[in-house]
Each structure stands twice: as structure tokens, then as C-alpha cells.
Write a protein that binds this ligand. Structure first.
Ligand code: HSE
Length: 436
């Protein structure tokens, strides 16, 4: 049988890794796919640049449109990232009847609804395993492995850069900026690293996970995101003292009131496996009604881990190429006509527990005032630490854990606590999930 001809758009870290894995494991991959998979064309911004892969036997171009318009190409692998150009290329490839594999989480999270509709109309596949959690086959696990379940919730460490920063801050007491610079040098961080530290990248990935878990459209515009830039070493240490770790978590929960979609720093019990996922590693915890909690762990970024997911998608495409489009696994796990636009809850209506840290004068009645305000908002205190004042200081840090409450009640309580004359500055608040 003739080889399947692939055109790769972008020969950077992931593109180079994909070419290398396809070449190195060509025989094993062909045994699985049933046909040889050959990268016959690739596009890159600069043709003479040094690369991590060998481009011998490939026709190179600086114009990616040459590839998506080439009748000889069966599958386009989009690895250039970004929104506009990537969208144009993918839609052109689809219009030309080509299957697409992409690692572009931003593209899928923002334009996936339109792209999948176009692909279904043309009877082609758009695969995106590499878009979420790099090498972890989480899309496949949720879309196929858990398809007997009603997924109740999922929670993931889905940004390696953020996890690396929090781990280094905790273990080595390093500064935020210093660790971020190292993540950039290692090639983990996004082109715009604010996407990593402000939770945008994790928000893109959470959008995709929630959609395939709950059968809802991709709704990136509804994701609540909070970054890790305000996390202090003191918070990391107090959390440890209370038996928790701080992780930048993406959480999606299917509740009776609607779907929660949120990315924020989160205290999680140290005893949970996911609390021990460190460095650039990713992990996703998925809870199905039949299976219970399941955990998926692995490298969330990097050339070959991401290539592993891209190549797995290529194998799936080759296996299903000749099948009737109606009988393929649906793009978003649920049949397109069975996707339900369940409302996504606003940040105010999120329900979670909290860690609070405030600085207050060390005198009688202060704690009573704070707990009176919390009680008035039906917020129950779960644990409390008051530290001794430092020499020469009259203020003390007070750290509290609360039971679950609505975010709007917590916002109102914090605003009132901050008006107390005995409380200095802002109240630090970090959400807490037991993930039980
Ligand atoms: N910037 C991302 C991360 C790369 O740090 O996880 C993988 O999507």
C-alpha cells in the first residue's frame, strides 16, 4: 500500500520532535497504522536554520499554504501555534479534504466549534491529543476509555511552566522571575509567558477537557482564570504546615446549577497523589460515576512527549481514513447533534473551600470580629493558625481554612474584613479543593 503523505507546518520544538519520532519508530508505527507514514513536505519560517531533526527527503518551503493546497498531501500537521494564521491554514486544509492533526490548544479552545463543524461537513478528521497535557493521552482516555461514565468533575495540573515555578519556589526558595526564565530557556513556556503564569494556557486546555467530558461546546470565554503571581513563600509554607500543597489547578465540575470552569492556585491535601506531581510534569484527575477517580500523569510539554501525542493521532487518522465518517469517534466525544449548551456558572456562583491569610493587630476581640463577619455570611471556619508577632511588631498573621461556600459570599466577607480598623492591608485568599 502507498505511504500516507503528511505535511508538517512548523519545524520548531514539536515539529522537529514529530519528524524524529516518525523516522526513528517508522517500522513500529507502520505495523500499528497498517501503512507507512511519511513526512513528504514541511514548512518553516527560515529554511537554513539549524534544527533538531533531519529534513532529508522532505520538500521544505517557507509558505505553509503550498502544503495545505498540495493535492499530494493526505494529512496536515499544524504545529505553528497562534490563532489567525493557524485557523486559516486548518480551514483551508479541511476545505481541500485533508485530515488535520494539531497541537494548538488556543486554536481548538477558541475556534474548535467552527473547525469541527467544517471538518464534519467535509467528512475529515481533526485530531488534537497533543493540545492538552503534552504526551499524556488524556483526550483518548476521556473520549474513549471513560465513555461509559457520566463524568462528575476533573482537575488537572495542565501547565508545566506554572508547576515548575511553584515546585522550585517551595523546594528551593527560588524567586518567581528566576524560575520563569529557566522554564523559557528549557522551551516549556509559551511564546507569551503570561499565558502560563496567568492561567490562560491552562484555561485553553481546561476548555477542551470540559467539552469532551461533559458534551458541551468549547466555551473558553466562560473560563474563570487567576494566575500564580500573587502566591508568596509564606503562603506555600503555611499551606504545608496545614497539610496542603499549592498547585495551579484547572477544575471543571458538572453541577446541578451548571458547569464550573476555573483555573486558579489551589490548596490540595498533601496526601493526594496529584499533590506530589512536581516540576514540569502534568497530571489530570478525572472522576466518573462508574469508575470513580482516575489519574493520568506524564510529561506535559517538550519535543518528544508532545510528538508522542501527535504521532498517536496520525496513527488513528490513518486507521480510520477509509472508514465511514459517521462511524468515527466524534471530535468532541459526543455526537455533534447531542452537544448540549449547559450554562457555565459565573465566578460568583462557584462553590469551594478557602484558605485566608490576613494581618491583624494582636489584641483581644480581633478574631471575634473576623469570625462574626464570616458567620454572618454562613461561612464556617475549619482550621485556624495565629502566629506570634515578630520582635518589635504588633501585627500577627492569621491563617484560616473555611468550609465550602459560594464565591460571592466569600467576596462580601473579605470586603467587610478589610474594613476592620484592626486588619492591615488585603486579605490573601486561595481556593481549596479536597479532590475526594
Ligand atoms: N507552555 C505549556 C506548559 C506548554 O508549560 O505546559 C505545553 O502546552
Amino acid at each position: 500500500m502507498k505511504p500516507v503523505k503528511v505535511g508538517v507546518l512548523g519545524l520548531g520544538t514539536v515539529g522537529g520532535g514529530t519528524v524524529n519520532v516518525l523516522k526513528r519508530n517508522a517500522e513500529e508505527i507502520a505495523r500499528r497504522a497498517g501503512r507507512e507514514i511519511l513526512v513528504s513536505r514541511a514548512s518553516a519560517r527560515h529554511l537554513t536554520q539549524q534544527r533538531i531533526c533531519d529534513t532529508q527527503g522532505m520538500s521544505l518551503t517557507v509558505d505553509p499554504f503550498e502544503i495545505v493546497n498540495d493535492p499530494d498531501i493526505d494529512v496536515v500537521v499544524e504545529l505553528i501555534g497562534g490563532y489567525d494564521l493557524a485557523k486559516q491554514l486548518v480551514l483551508t486544509a479541511i476545505a481541500n479534504g485533508k485530515h488535520v492533526v494539531t497541537a494548538n490548544k488556543a486554536l481548538i479552545a477558541l475556534h474548535g466549534n467552527e473547525i469541527f463543524a467544517a471538518a464534519s461537513k467535509k467528512g475529515v478528521m481533526v485530531m488534537f491529543e497533543a493540545a492538552v497535557a503534552g504526551g499524556i493521552p488524556i483526550i483518548k482516555a476521556i473520549r474513549e476509555g471513560l465513555s461509559g461514565n457520566r463524568i462528575k468533575w476533573l482537575a488537572g495540573i495542565i501547565n508545566g511552566t506554572g508547576n515548575f515555578i511553584l515546585t522550585e519556589m517551595r523546594d528551593k526558595g527560588r524567586d518567581f522571575a528566576d524560575v520563569l526564565a529557566e522554564a523559557q530557556a528549557l522551551g516549556y513556556a509559551e511564546a507569551d509567558p503570561t499565558f502560563d503564569v496567568e492561567g490562560i494556557d491552562a484555561g485553553h486546555k481546561l476548555t477542551i477537557l470540559a467539552s469532551i467530558a461533559f458534551g458541551i461546546p468549547l466555551r473558553f470565554d466562560k473560563v474563570f482564570t487567576e494566575g500564580i503571581t500573587q502566591i508568596t513563600r509564606a503562603d506555600v509554607e503555611y499551606a504545608e504546615e496545614l497539610g496542603y500543597r499549592i498547585k495551579h489547578l484547572g477544575v471543571a465540575r458538572n453541577t446541578e446549577q451548571g458547569v464550573e470552569l476555573r483555573v486558579h492556585p489551589t490548596l490540595i491535601p498533601k496526601r493526594r497523589l496529584i499533590a506530589n506531581v512536581d516540576g514540569v510534569m502534568n497530571a489530570v484527575l478525572v472522576c466518573g460515576d462508574a469508575v470513580g477517580p482516575t489519574l493520568y500523569y506524564g510529561a506535559g510539554a517538550g519535543a518528544e512527549p508532545t510528538a508522542s501525542a501527535v504521532v498517536a493521532d496520525l496513527v488513528d487518522v490513518v486507521r480510520a481514513m477509509t472508514s465511514d465518517p459517521e462511524n468515527r469517534v466524534p471530535h468532541l466525544a459526543f455526537q455533534a447533534n447531542a452537544i448540549v449548551d449547559t450554562p457555565v456558572l459565573s465566578a460568583d456562583d462557584i462553590k469551594t473551600a478557602y484558605y485566608l491569610r490576613l494581618t491583624a493587630e494582636d489584641k483581644p476581640g480581633v478574631l471575634a470580629d473576623v469570625s462574626r463577619i464570616l458567620a454572618a455570611h454562613q461561612i464556617s471556619i475549619e482550621a485556624l493558625i495565629q502566629k506570634e508577632p515578630l520582635a518589635g511588631e504588633s501585627s500577627v498573621p492569621i491563617i484560616m481554612l473555611t468550609q465550602q461556600t459560594l464565591e460571592k459570599e466569600m467576596n462580601a466577607a473579605i470586603a467587610e474584613i478589610e474594613t476592620l480598623a484592626t486588619v492591615t492591608g488585603k486579605v490573601a485568599r486561595i481556593r481549596l479543593e479536597t479532590l475526594g
